[in-house]
Design a protein around this ligand. Structure first.
Ligand code: G3H
Length: 256
């Protein structure tokens, strides 16, 4: 029985890899919508991928915010390969509560890995003008340089309306998202079902166009409720490795 379950998961990983056109898919059993330990297991899987892919040299690891990446941070343990890693937040100021912010998660990961970290201190909800001038600040420029030269990015994907509500987005933004049928959010960008960008939060840090040159990108997102969001983001999103759960995997495979 156990062997059959393992076999089923492995075959689901293969099918999902083909449907989503990814290099690697890792599925943990269960559905994180129903059980919080499933999210922790995704975290554990992501940490082993981190350790496997960050070998030798001075690596820079950029992380986003959210509860899924916080679960990754929870599972980090000291490791020879991680102690020379510099942890940085991928983007700053997306309107999240402190525990869900990239900065907090980045600092936790570094502490647990006994590595180093740098943070991005920028206010939320920047106007276009302040966004431009902040980008020119020498201290900000220096850390932006580090962030853009990351070897690895670990990020979450959320449902558009869930994320917009959680970040207390303005009425105008909420209306725009529903009018344009936003389904997914990642890195502060909102996407429709075809994977087109329909809205973007102004914030400094990694922009979507910076991603294609980053050697390893790990997407961590699960739960049947995120099935549509995961698919939409990965339409154009430069994902390579997906860590997800059985709940999301089944829901995606049912519609393909
Ligand atoms: O950008 C996506 C969100 O950070 C995902 O948040 O992991 O709490 O669902 P979550």
């Amino acid at each position: 029985e156990v062997m059959k379950e393992v076999y089923d998961i492995r075959s689901m990983e293969q099918r999902l890899k083909n449907v989503l056109q990814l290099d690697e898919v890792h599925i943990v059993p269960g559905d994180s919508d129903n059980y919080s330990w499933v999210k922790k297991e995704m975290g554990r899987t992501c940490v082993s991928l981190m350790k496997k892919n960050l070998t030798g040299g001075d690596n820079i690891l950029a992380v986003t915010g959210g509860t899924s990446i916080a679960a990754v941070a929870d599972m980090v343990t000291p490791d020879n390969g991680l102690k020379d890693v510099l942890f940085v937040p991928a983007r700053g100021g997306l309107g999240e509560q402190v525990e869900n912010q990239a900065n907090s998660i980045c600092a936790t990961m570094a502490r647990k890995a006994m590595g180093k970290y740098r943070l991005l201190f920028v206010p939320d909800q920047l106007s276009k003008e302040s966004y431009k001038s902040l980008n020119e600040e020498p201290s900000v420029k220096e850390i932006l340089q580090l962030i853009r030269s990351a070897n690895m990015v670990i990020h979450g994907v959320g449902e558009a309306h869930v994320m917009a509500e959680r970040r207390n987005s303005s009425r105008e933004v909420l209306e725009k998202l529903s009018k344009d049928n936003a389904v997914a959010e990642a890195f502060g960008y909102y996407f429709n079902q075809s994977g087109d960008i329909i809205h973007k939060v102004f914030s400094i840090g990694i922009q979507l166009e910076d991603l294609p040159v980053i050697p390893t990108i790990i997407t961590v997102a699960g739960g049947a409720s995120k099935a549509r969001a995961i698919q939409a983001y990965l339409k154009h999103g430069p994902g390579q490795i997906l860590v997800t759960d059985e709940g999301a995997a089944q829901a995606i495979l049912q519609t393909n």
